[in-house]
Design a protein around this ligand. Structure first.
Ligand code: KG4
Ligand code: ZN
Length: 346
């Protein structure tokens, strides 16, 4: 059974073909990075216009790379939220039209469910239950995952997402958008213990995150640093990048280990765009190894936004006999706990 998965939640137009819930026949991503780069962030109006231009070619490309025709697609999974409304509308309405014309099932998927399950696309996936840390440009959350479709949020960011902090600091350091990869590269030759940026704790047993204080603190530091020749001779740009990255990693590692202990599970997963960060993966590997916790992460192409993870989440739902109707609408906010509301049994 081939499922077409579509994601247009933010600035990537993605489509993938997943066969039998396990084999990714194609995974096409049309990135809009160049378009948004001059603005230092995603411009929603430009993103949705670009999705309109790209959606058809990207879906066609996913079919041709998979070496199948639309007649061989058994169902369509599409992200309906959370994300940018204008961007989501393009994917959802394209999918609705295609499903109607082809008379095949349509299933609306929560983007976060896609990130949580993306690790199951790998050859040696974890079994349930596990704790998933999803870190991206829009989200930073911890989930207790007990099965397909069974997610309990344990913590979330109260302000900015970790990826947003990476992007903002990268912008101030002149690295452009998106900033995650640039900070990682710059941090490699910096001293991570040189500047003690704040690690917001919220409260001792809270699993919530806060990155806006860190973001502001780093920005203010850079402003002062730029205005002082003495500071610039003592501290390199690379040291700021490394010390900032270390602060983010400390917070993410500490809270996710706490979540694993609280949930009483033995496996941990990290997913989402920021999970591409090798320093984060390395720290989580060390921390989990020390405690005998099994640790899993998807390859970078399944960490950043992609259609394959949406196809996988949709595959499970279609297999369970769930379907979405033509009245399905987009949602800018969409907690995973609300997933059950979007699907109806056939
Ligand atoms: O999951 P994603 O592609 O889109 C959202 O759903 O938001 O994540 C994009 C985020 C951006 O903030 C980008 O800077 C970050 O992932 N990112 C990274 C790295 N590669 C991408 N952050 C840290 N280190 C990286 N290597
Ligand atoms: Zn995402």
């Amino acid at each position: 059974m081939n499922i077409l998965g579509i994601d247009t939640s933010c600035d990537d137009t993605s489509a993938a073909i997943l066969s039998d819930g396990g084999i990714v026949l194609s995974n096409v991503v049309n990135s809009q990075i160049k378009l948004h780069h001059p603005y230092g962030g995603v411009v929603p109006e430009l993103a949705s216009r670009e999705h309109i231009r790209n959606i058809s070619p990207v879906v066609n490309e996913s079919l041709s790379r998979a070496n199948i025709t639309i007649n061989e697609v058994a169902g369509i999974a599409v992200t309906s939220g959370p994300g940018l409304i204008g961007s989501l509308l393009v994917g959802l309405y394209y999918a609705k039209g295609l499903a109607l014309a082809r008379k095949i099932p349509l299933v609306a998927v929560n983007h976060l469910e896609g990130h949580i399950l993306s690790v199951l696309l790998e050859d040696r996936p974890p079994g349930f239950p596990f704790v998933a840390l999803t870190v991206s440009g829009g989200h930073t959350s911890l989930y207790h995952v007990t099965g397909q479709g069974e997610y309990r949020q344990m913590g979330q960011t109260l302000d900015d997402a970790a990826g947003e902090a990476f992007d903002k600091v990268a912008k101030v350091l002149g690295l452009g958008y998106p900033g995650g990869a640039g900070i990682l590269a710059m941090a490699l030759s910096g001293k991570k213990d040189l500047i003690d940026f704040p690690r917001a704790q919220i409260s001792a047993d809270s699993l919530d995150f806060s990155f806006s204080g860190l973001k502001t603190s780093v920005s203010l530091f850079i402003e002062k640093w730029k205005g002082s020749e003495r500071k610039q001779s003592e501290i390199k740009r690379e040291d700021i990048a490394a010390s900032f990255q270390e602060a983010v990693i400390d917070i993410l590692a500490q809270k996710s280990i706490k979540a694993v202990e609280k949930a009483g599970v033995n496996s941990m997963v990290v997913a989402g765009g920021v999970a591409c960060n090798k320093a984060l993966r390395l720290r989580l590997t060390e921390e989990t190894e020390k405690r005998g916790i099994a640790f899993y992460y998807p390859r970078p192409a399944y960490c950043t936004d992609n259609g394959a993870m949406i196809a996988l989440a949709g595959h499970y739902r279609i297999m369970r006999g769930e379907q979405s109707g033509q009245s399905e609408d987009v949602r800018s906010r969409f907690p995973v706990e609300d997933i059950k509301q979007i699907t109806t049994k056939k």
